[in-house]
Design a protein around this ligand. Structure first.
Ligand SMILES: Nc1nc2c(c(=O)[nH]1)N[C@H]1C(S)=C(S)[C@@H](COP(=O)(O)O)O[C@H]1N2
Ligand SMILES: [Mo]
Length: 211
């Protein structure tokens, strides 16, 4: 959109309290990752649930597509300072999988480590993964994810306007090309967390780096 339009939307977002400190609005969806785009094919993709669970699970793509589905509209915030509002996602809620018995956690499960194709990892406390603003997404804005955005599955976390009860973290804590969720008793800092980024990454507190 033209700069003036972007600026006006940004002022509106600020007024509505939807733009965290140090962020500016973008209308395109920037593509950002370390390394190369992973070109995944549903036929050689599966998704594993492991660690502190009563029973390990491995779902093929056709099995994953049978799981209960959820849609969410999220404001997403990248630590490199762009934010995009009202992104539409569709996929699977981890809380729903647990509530409906698809995943049975051990009481020792306290953290969730996302493992992506290509080696990227990121970590979150279990309670954040169970929030309404965390989703395992297969679709963005009504379309299956493009390879660049993480096809066939990625995690996403963003703000839901008006839900100040939900902790919102920077988008690096949503791994593209997601292959497994490890439930863990201990925290395991992921790729950026080990590189000096803030482990908690609260967007409203501007927890960008540890230093
Ligand atoms: N596998 C993987 N997932 C990743 C990343 C990455 O480097 N590798 N980058 C993260 C970062 S920093 C951001 S901002 C978002 C960007 O998602 P997008 O490219 O769909 O906009 O992906 C996140 N997930
Ligand atoms: Mo990012």
């Amino acid at each position: 959109m033209p700069t003036t339009d972007r600026k006006q939307k940004e002022i509106k977002a600020l007024r509505e309290g939807r733009l965290p400190p140090g962020q500016s609005l973008t209308s395109r969806f920037p593509i950002l990752h370390i390394g190369q785009v992973q070109h995944m094919h549903p036929s050689n993709w599966d998704f594993r649930i492991w660690g502190e669970v009563e029973e390990e699970k491995v779902w093929t793509w056709s099995e994953f597509r049978q799981l209960p589905r959820t849609t969410r509209i999220l404001d997403v915030h990248c630590v490199t300072r762009w934010s995009q509002l009202d992104t539409h996602w569709e996929g699977v809620s981890v809380r729903t999988l647990i509530d409906q018995g698809f995943i049975r956690l051990k009481p020792s499960a306290r953290y969730v480590i996302q493992h992506a194709e290509g080696g990227y990892t990121t970590n979150l406390p279990l309670e954040i993964v169970l929030q309404d603003n965390f989703l395992l997404a297969t679709h963005l804005n009504g379309q299956p994810l493009s390879p660049e955005h993480g096809f066939p599955l990625r995690a996403v976390i963003g703000a839901i306007p008006g839900r100040s009860d939900l902790k919102t973290v920077y988008l690096w804590k949503g791994a593209k090309w997601l292959r497994s969720l490890e439930f863990s008793a201990i925290d395991k800092p992921g790729f950026w967390e080990q590189a000096g980024y803030h482990n908690e990454a609260d967007v409203w507190k501007e927890q960008r780096t540890r230093y």
